[in-house]
Design a protein around this ligand. Structure first.
Ligand SMILES: [Zn+2]
Length: 390
């Protein structure tokens, strides 16, 4: 659709503007680089969100293409550039990249309300009524806030973000505690001794993907066969993503079936992904599972979710606390002090469980003293999940 292309151009333009500004401030005053130098007047202000938004309104007067797209949708694109820069500064993400043709896959209507949805149609500004397949009704008491239009290999989707003005109490530490160790040999191991393997269907689908990607080399650029093959590859990617999230949700619910508290290690999965085992960690989507799906399911199921210090969880004996040094190749835990023997990851899971428990007990004690003013002690991610995407 043309809207995506217009959005992409606006995104790249806004990014170019910021990049030029940043580059123009790099060189020292009395020496210019030999290759190139972007020259921007010294008093030019940084093109921030508000300035770029204003410039957009101006640009519309001369560029009819911009008028075809709803103004709030384009403003949201500027917001995305802004967010990319903020993520770079605050979270150490990389410098935002330009989007190539076809890489811009969604746009957002920031203001949609409940009236927009009538039976199986959604009324969107400028686009008019669009037939949709509403997978589940908007729950009672929720208001529709935004609608994101997403292009996927299998078609177009509308993702509605809905919000309710009720405060849901955070789950308190209670009941049975479960420590979870994630890894590569097993997807995860619990302190109960349960070990879950990486599902096999990923391998099959990845083989299929590799095969299709190899075939892509023989196809001429721009040919219709290439385009068809690319669409096919897209659908396999989508299938993998679906299977993965289905597996993640089932697993998270399974863990919640047997626990009142779940503890995981506070790991930085981006660092793990950069290591040699990167391909596998990313495949299995460990970070997504631990940081998004599991806390979300826990919150829904009233299970307390906590993170613990990950340092040395695999080097400690869960039964006596002695340090048992072992490198990655050692798969079993054998304690010389107390004679405890168990699989390595299960031992880590038990260490995580006891660390979590001591933190949670402290938390519960404080909570009793000071009432409810302790939101900061909880993982903030959980509270943000009041936003439901359907
Ligand atoms: Zn021991």
């Amino acid at each position: 659709m043309e809207w995506l292309e217009t959005c992409r151009k606006v995104y790249n333009y806004a990014l170019r503007e910021r990049k030029d500004w940043v580059n123009s401030r790099k060189c020292s005053i009395n020496a210019c680089s030999l290759q190139s130098e972007s020259i921007i007047p010294a008093d030019a202000l940084y093109p921030n969100y508000y300035r770029q938004k204003k410039a957009l309104t101006e640009a519309k007067k001369t560029n009819p293409g911009l008028k075809a797209v709803h103004s709030q949708v384009l403003q949201d694109v500027i917001g995305r550039v802004d967010a990319a820069f903020a993520a770079m500064k605050q979270r150490g993400h990389g410098f935002p990249r330009f989007k190539k043709f076809g890489q811009f896959k969604s746009f957002l209507f920031p203001q949609v309300d409940n009236d927009a949805i009538v039976e199986s149609q959604i009324k969107l500004p400028k686009l008019g009524k669009v037939a949709i397949n509403l997978h589940r009704p908007i729950p009672e008491g929720f208001r529709v806030k935004t609608a994101r239009i997403v292009r996927k290999a299998s078609g177009w989707y509308v993702a509605l973000a809905i919000q309710a003005d009720v405060s849901v109490p955070e789950p308190m530490p209670h009941g049975h505690a479960l420590g979870i160790d994630v890894g590569l040999e097993y997807f995860l191991s619990t302190s109960e001794g349960e070990q879950v393997k990486r599902p096999r269907f990923f391998n099959q689908l990845h083989r299929k993907l590799k095969l299709l990607q190899r075939r892509l080399k023989n196809k001429e650029k721009g040919s219709s066969n290439r385009r068809k093959l690319n669409r096919k590859i897209g659908r396999v990617h989508e299938k993998i993503a679906h299977c993965r999230s289905d597996f993640h949700f089932k697993l998270a619910h399974h863990l919640c079936d047997h626990a009142g508290m779940i503890f995981v290690e506070d790991l930085d999965f981006r660092v793990m992904a950069k290591g040699m085992s990167g391909q596998h960690t990313l495949d299995a989507g460990l970070g997504q599972f631990v940081n998004q799906i599991l806390p979300w399911v826990c919150w829904k199921r009233d299970v307390y979710y906590g993170k613990v210090d990950p340092n040395g969880t695999s080097q400690e004996c869960p039964d006596c606390g002695a340090v048992v040094k072992k490198d990655l190749s050692v798969r079993g835990h054998h304690c010389a002090e107390c004679g405890s023997t168990k699989p390595r990851d299960v031992a880590s899971g038990q260490v995580i469980r006891s660390r979590g428990l001591s933190a949670a007990v402290g938390y519960a004690a404080k909570e009793n003293v000071c009432g409810d003013g302790l939101a900061g002690a909880l993982p903030s991610q959980v509270s943000l999940k009041q936003k439901l995407e359907s």
